[in-house]
Design a protein around this ligand. Structure first.
Ligand SMILES: Nc1ncnc2c1ncn2[C@@H]1O[C@H](COP(=O)(O)OP(=O)(O)OP(=O)(O)O)[C@@H](O)[C@H]1O
Ligand SMILES: [Mg+2]
Length: 258
């Protein structure tokens, strides 16, 4: 297990002794973790290990039972998800989360409007929309969906829907980006495409990603943490994780033989 330095001021996100229980079930058990500024950090671990729960804790959907979470230097353990989002942290969910009856442009514009705290109303001055429309166009370009501008969300291919969802997540221009299995259910080709997209989109941000595809994890990420039964059993570079006997036993071994 890698020892964490306690005085790293360079951390985008820090978890200290974080615990989460649901009744008697102790799901997250003493997690210490640091997301360094600018790094791409993967979370791997068996089904039910607590990866999504950890994301819910970081993004404020769940409150820790004990321990503390810092965004930069600011404790966010008791802060609402909306506020955490405005502070510069955005996340996607494991389930696709877009408006199927709205166009690509409209979906992204909703995200951008939310960033400025704008409601979807008709009486806004048009000048306010100009900036929003501009940013929406940029975002659409970034997630490579400009040619699908007027396509309804529900009519996009599955992987394009995930791109749109990533775009929605990026609409708040977050410093810290949390993605929960963005490649789930994708073909090899779609997975590689999305990994490439994420490499591009995460530039200048700090990324935390839950992903089961080991090719993606090992090629995309600077560091990897392994979560088993709610505990981080190892954190390290892809090389270190690959060679970690405990990890191989706890996770990679079973992945390989599966
Ligand atoms: N709201 C809740 N109430 C009670 N138990 C919960 C709740 N949310 C999650 N759990 C439990 O916590 C454990 C961890 O679930 P979690 O979804 O975080 O795992 P995961 O690592 O994301 O798994 P997967 O790889 O399948 O997505 C599971 O046993 C789950 O049943
Ligand atoms: Mg999960």
């Amino acid at each position: 297990m890698t020892v964490m330095t306690s005085t790293n001021t360079n951390a985008a996100l820090t978890l200290r002794k974080v615990n989460k229980s649901f009744g008697e079930a102790h799901i997250i058990r003493g997690v210490d973790l640091e997301l360094r500024t600018g790094e791409r950090h993967a979370f791997i671990g068996p089904n039910g290990a607590g990866k999504s729960t950890l994301f819910h804790l970081i993004s404020g959907q769940f409150k820790p039972s004990s321990g503390e979470i810092f965004l930069g230097d600011i404790p966010i353990g008791a802060v609402s998800p909306e506020r955490i989002n405005r502070m510069g942290l955005a996340r996607s969910f494991q389930i696709t989360n877009i408006f199927s009856k709205l166009s690509v442009f409209e979906n992204l514009r909703l995200g951008v409007m939310q960033r400025f705290g704008m409601q979807y109303t008709l009486w806004r001055p048009i000048s306010g929309y100009r900036k929003v429309n501009e940013l929406t166009e940029q975002l659409m370009e970034q997630v490579r969906l400009s040619r699908h501008r007027d396509t309804l969300g529900g009519e996009l291919s599955y992987s394009e829907q995930r791109s749109l969802e990533i775009g929605m997540t990026l609409a708040s221009d977050p410093k810290v980006l949390l993605l929960d299995e963005p490649m789930a259910g994708m073909s090899r080709e779609e997975t590689d495409y999305t990994a490439d997209l994420l490499r591009e989109l995460s530039a200048g941000r700090s990324l935390m990603i839950v992903e089961h595809d080991m090719d993606v994890v090992f090629s995309l990420c600077d560091r990897i943490s392994v979560l088993v039964y709610g505990q981080v059993v190892a954190t390290g570079t892809p090389e270190e994780i690959r060679n970690n006997a405990q990890v191989q036993e706890a996770y990679l071994g079973s992945e390989v033989s599966a």
